[in-house]
Design a protein around this ligand. Structure first.
Ligand code: V47
Length: 344
């Protein structure tokens, strides 16, 4: 199939769900067969104190979440030590934009983790955090990215992308990293030979055309750098935030969006059905609609669970693997950059 343009991509949504699913599944099978990737990981969210105000966010400390916290490095290291004993291979560290900790608090934790646990992959700092740190500490993006490399960040997560359309973005998260800046930061990161992911927050006030526009901008950058490992559509969670979306997105629309993204993003190898925001059940179904990755066991997660996702305590490894098998797929544990570790 030749590469599709914006109009063609948008019209995919008019197809019957199962026809679209078959198209996406064909591509998935060509690229990954029946393999579904996952990793044994732990999310750590070290602070919820935030200088920015995103309407969709239930995590940052504010009127709806009046419990500010900031972890010490010892607390974070204790968590890493604990998960290391239980076989985790990755820590995914994402914070709010805390203006009071100092730059060293954000960065030197990575060096400390690497010193004690050199085998653990550190996936940390979204482009939104990079932009915040650069602004707040009067540094360039290049300077922050160089510091990240120096302090031991292995890859960047895909958070903070939200929706690239400027009008929607202004409405949902005015004041934080712009779309252009988000893409610029990832381009610079990729140019350092490093990999990252890219997310899309959908199911709120955006329309289908905004999702397609988002995917097109990703496809364009990926053509240049090849640095994105995975695309992760995040389903908007409705609770405890200021977006006030009355009608949650349907499962049909979520699956269509998964399938469309598999078809449009022909140059991004992995499509992650992030069970935290889609539910585990729908993530399993999404395997038939283009998804070949279910993220990981997570253990603890604070950003999406604050907005209603049932993910606060992760998922049991044996159960997770069993669910993938029972749904007809082959669970393959991977590392953070998609090298295969073990077929379960
Ligand atoms: O950037 C915030 C989103 C993201 C809500 O790179 C919300 O492998 C839904 O980026 N409803 C953080 N989503 C999570 C994230 C992520 C997750 C898993 C894997 C990876 C990866 C990245 O959560 C934020 C924001 O877009 N978010 N509030 C909400 N109410």
């Amino acid at each position: 199939m030749s590469r599709i343009n914006f109009e063609e991509a948008l019209s995919l949504y008019d197809k019957d769900l199962f026809e679209l699913g078959e198209m996406a599944d064909k591509i998935r099978k060509e690229k990954h067969g029946k393999k579904t990737y996952f990793n044994i990981n732990r999310h750590i969210n070290p602070t919820n104190v935030c200088a920015d105000i995103c309407k969709f966010c239930a995590y940052s400390a504010n009127r709806k979440n009046p419990n500010p916290y900031t972890m010490t490095h010892d607390e974070i290291l204790n968590i890493v030590s604990d998960i290391d004993k239980r076989g985790a291979k990755e820590v995914h560290i994402v914070s709010a934009h805390n203006p009071d900790t100092g730059l060293d608090w954000y960065l030197s934790i990575f060096k400390k983790i690497k010193e004690s646990f050199p085998h653990i992959h550190v996936k940390a700092l979204t482009a939104a955090e990079v932009d915040f740190l650069a602004r707040h500490y009067n540094k360039t993006y290049d300077e922050i990215l160089d510091l990240m490399v120096e302090y031991g960040v292995d890859s960047m997560p895909g958070g903070g992308a939200e929706i690239f359309d400027e009008k929607v973005r202004d409405y949902i998260c005015k004041g934080k990293v712009t779309s252009e800046q988000w893409l610029e930061i990832h381009e610079k990161w990729h140019k350092r030979g490093k990999m990252s992911n890219v997310t899309m927050l959908f199911g709120h006030v955006e329309k289908r055309e905004h999702r397609i526009d988002h995917m097109m901008r990703i496809r364009e950058l990926q053509d240049k750098t090849g640095g994105f490992n995975a695309f992760i559509p995040l389903v908007y969670q409705t609770e405890n935030n200021y977006l006030n979306v009355k009608e949650p997105i349907t499962a049909n629309e979520i699956l269509k969006t998964m399938a469309v993204s598999r078809i449009v993003l022909d140059n991004v190898p992995n499509l992650k059905a992030y069970w935290v925001t889609s539910t585990v059940n729908l993530a399993l179904v999404a395997q038939e609609f283009g998804a070949n990755d279910l993220d990981g066991t997570i253990e603890k997660e604070s950003i999406n669970s604050a907005a209603g996702a049932k993910s606060a305590n992760g998922v049991d490894l044996e159960e997770f693997v069993g669910l993938i098998k029972n749904s007809g797929f082959v669970p393959v544990e991977r590392d953070s950059v998609y090298n295969e570790i073990k077929e379960w």
